[in-house]
Structures are given as C-alpha cells and as structure tokens.
Design a protein around this ligand. Structure first.
Ligand code: CMC
Length: 381
C-alpha cells in the first residue's frame, strides 16, 4: 500500500539530480563553482574563464581560453534582423521583457536551432551568452533615443557591456568590478530559474527555449528582481538617519527587507561579503558614499531587528549599489543578473541531459469529485 502523500511546498530540500557544478554550504557561508571557492574566482578569475569552467567542467588551458574568448567575441554583434526587431519594441518596454523576447527570437536567426549534441548545445549557449549584453545595451540606447554602439573586440564581455551602454570604455577598476559582479552572479545551484531551465531541458527542448524559461523565472521580485527592489528601498530611505525608522515600520507592517533572507544561506551570503567590499571601494573612489552609507544603516538596523532569525543580507543587498555606481540603470539590474547566469543555466541543463529523465511531478487533487455537467443555458445566474 502507498504511504501518505507528502507535499514538498516550494520543493524545499528536494534533490532533483547529482551535480558537480556548484556547492553551497548555507550554514558556513561557503560557495564553490566546480570545487573552486567564490573568493578565489572573484580575486583571480575572469567572467569568461568562469563561464568556461562552469560549462566545460574544468579551468581552461591557455589555448582553450583563447578559443573560448574568440568565440565569444565573434558572437557579440547582433544579426541585422534581430536589431531591427529590437528597434520595433515599444521604448517603454521592460528590459527583462526585451531580453526574454530577443533571446527567444535568436532561435529564428539560427539556421539550425535544434541539436541533441552536447557541443551543439554549448555553441548555442555561447551564442546567447555573447549576445545578451549587446541586446541589453542596444535596447537601453534605443529607449534613450541614441544609436546602439557596436561591440569592441579589445574588451572583456563585462567591460564591453559598459562600453556599449555608456559609449565609453570603463577604466580598469570599473571593468574589474563589473567582471567580478558577473562572476558572482554566474551560478547558484538549483535555484528557481535554474530549475526552470532544467525542466525545459528535460523535455529535450532547444537551448533558446531553455534560457528563455530561465529569464522568465528570474524576473520575479523574490528571485532576480530583488536587486532592483533593494536599491529602490535604499533610494527611498535616502539617508542613513532614516534607516531605523524604515526598518521598524516595514517589519511591523509584515513587509520584507529586500536583499535579506535566503532559502539556503542561514548566515552571510559569501557573495554579499565580496560585493559589500567592492561597493565601499567604488563609492569612495567615485566620491558617492551616501547610498552606500544608507544601505549599511539599513543593514545594521535590519540585523538588529532580525537577530536570532537566520535572516542575513544576501547578494542583492549591495549588488544594486554596485551596478548603480557603475552607471547601470536600475531596471537593467535583473537583465545583468540574467546575462551572467546564462553560464550556470547552460551548465546545469547540459549536466541534466547527460542522464535525462523528463521532469514530471504530481499535484494532489483536492477538488470536488465527479460533477454532473450543466449546460450553460441551465446554469443559475
Ligand atoms: N525580511 C524580513 N523577514 C524575512 C525576510 C526578509 N527579507 N526573509 C525572510 N524573512 C523571515 C520570514 O518573514 C519568516 O519569518 P516567520 O518564520 O516569522 O514567518 C522567516 O524569515 C522565514 O521566511 P521564509 O519565507 O520561509 O524563507 P524562505 O526561505 O522562503 O525565504 C526569500 C527566501 C528569499 C524568498 C525571502 O528571504 C525573501 O523574501 N527575501 C526578500 C527578497 C530577496 O532579497 N530575494 C533575493 C534572494 S537572493 C537572490 C537569489 O538567489 O535569487
């Protein structure tokens, strides 16, 4: 006889596969990509190298990295048809809608979008990874009634994104901060959007469909959208002296402090530690310290009120400040998160497909038993 049905709401603690991609110790504040600590990768790697590591499973040799970088460079420009499509979007479109739609449309400009070969899937993934920054920057230029700026072959993906956005190549420090921010957002185990990609991959759908579903899932305020919400909170609070008032009121009204709490981390999110340090350096370098100080005041107040609750700052408490200080508009934060996470989404989809099983959970039916059908004309009202 079958036992009682257990419903895993939110799929908490449900394992869907074995993986060698990412390890998080949420109690010890540890995060590893393919065995390498996030601290080492942030200090010594580049986004391109980290993307290779995630997708291919090992740190590249010099030649492998040269080849990988070259493929990313070659794929950065957008096909004229895709650029034309982006030009046709309403200027008021949400950039996440633009990214989702453009990534989906990339399949239309690929003569062979469907492949069941691993290398073929990696090719599609590199195509999407390379073009996502170009798509986001192009739309931002267009909505500001400026012409898109083409990618440059002498810049990293992170630096080129800032160049295509602002028209100026960033200085070395800004380029480094952007690169580290992309590394920190590249992967995070089986979160909602990665699961979404895995579900789509399990149907043997193409890479464009896989990444499009990830972008759609990342969009919500409880996932990728929290970075935007966290910065808007800091802006609304406006000054460190208002922080205590804001936090007390928000918590007493049952509202959540954005950039706090995590399903896995029950202590400091290690990405938060790195971003807070970069945020402090960036703020003092640019002489724009008020937002940073306000965020610190919110953090201190929230930590005091939430003491003993296992709710700590997550990656989003300072990512918004860092992106804002780099000159990235607020509504591009989640698209920037998405363009970085394409690396992790790809790695997980491909890993899952190596021993695929269609994902098909169940729902426990609690509705009425069989009802007699009443024709519309005979229904009350
Ligand atoms: N502010 C205040 N209280 C909180 C917060 C918060 N941000 N997050 C959780 N709590 C409290 C919550 O009210 C609950 O308290 P109680 O047990 O008294 O009802 C307790 O902590 C557990 O909350 P939960 O909702 O069961 O925990 P969860 O694992 O489902 O929460 C979360 C994860 C991310 C949805 C939640 O912490 C949250 O809504 N945070 C704000 C949004 C945010 O910053 N999201 C970014 C997540 S990190 C980026 C990513 O990986 O995508």
């Amino acid at each position: 006889m079958k036992g009682p049905v257990v419903i895993h709401k939110g799929l908490d603690n449900v394992y869907v596969k074995e993986s060698t991609i990412c390890f998080i110790d949420g109690e010890a504040s540890k995060l590893f990509y393919r065995g390498y600590s996030i601290e080492d990768l942030a200090a010594q790697s580049t986004f391109e190298e980290t993307a290779f590591l995630l997708i291919r499973g090992h740190l590249p040799t010099k030649q492998e990295l040269v080849d990988f970088n070259r493929r990313i460079l070659l794929n950065r420009p957008l096909e004229p048809g895709l650029m034309q499509l982006i030009r046709s979007f309403p200027l008021t479109s949400d950039p996440m809608d633009v990214l989702r739609t453009a990534v989906s449309a990339l399949a239309l400009y690929d003569p062979a979008p469907i492949t069941d070969k691993i290398d073929g899937r990696v090719d599609k993934a590199i195509r999407i990874l390379s073009k996502a920054p170009t798509i986001i920057a192009a739309f931002d230029r267009l909505r500001n009634r400026k012409e898109p700026i083409p990618p440059r072959s002498d810049l990293s993906l992170a630096a080129d994104f800032l160049q295509m956005l602002t028209g100026e190549a960033p200085d070395r420090y800004d380029a480094h901060v952007m690169d580290v921010a992309m590394i920190l957002h590249a992967e995070h185990e089986m979160n909602a959007s990665t699961f979404s990609c895995t579900v789509t991959a399990s149907t043997q759908a193409d890479m464009y469909s896989i990444i499009t579903s990830g972008i759609g899932t990342l969009r919500g305020p409880l996932h990728g959208g929290a970075n935007e919400a966290a910065l808007r909170t800091v802006m609304e609070v406006g000054d460190p002296s208002n922080a205590e008032d804001y936090v007390t009121r928000a918590l007493s009204e049952g509202r959540r402090i954005m950039g706090f709490g995590h399903r896995i981390y029950k202590t400091w999110d290690p990405r938060y530690v790195i971003l807070k340090k970069l945020g402090a350096e960036l703020a003092s370098q640019k002489g724009e310290t008020k937002l940073f100080e306000t965020a610190v005041a919110i953090e201190q107040s929230a930590l005091k009120h939430l003491a003993g609750s296992s709710v700590f700052p997550n990656v989003d408490s300072y990512s918004g400040i860092v992106f804002h200080t780099l000159g990235i508009p607020v509504d591009l934060f989640t698209p920037v998160f998405a363009m970085s996470r394409i690396a992790g989404w790809t790695a997980h989809s491909i890993e899952y497909l190596e021993s695929n099983r269609l994902i098909r959970p169940k729902a426990l039916y609690v509705g009425p038993p069989s009802l007699p059908y009443t024709p519309i004309g005979a229904r009350a009202g």
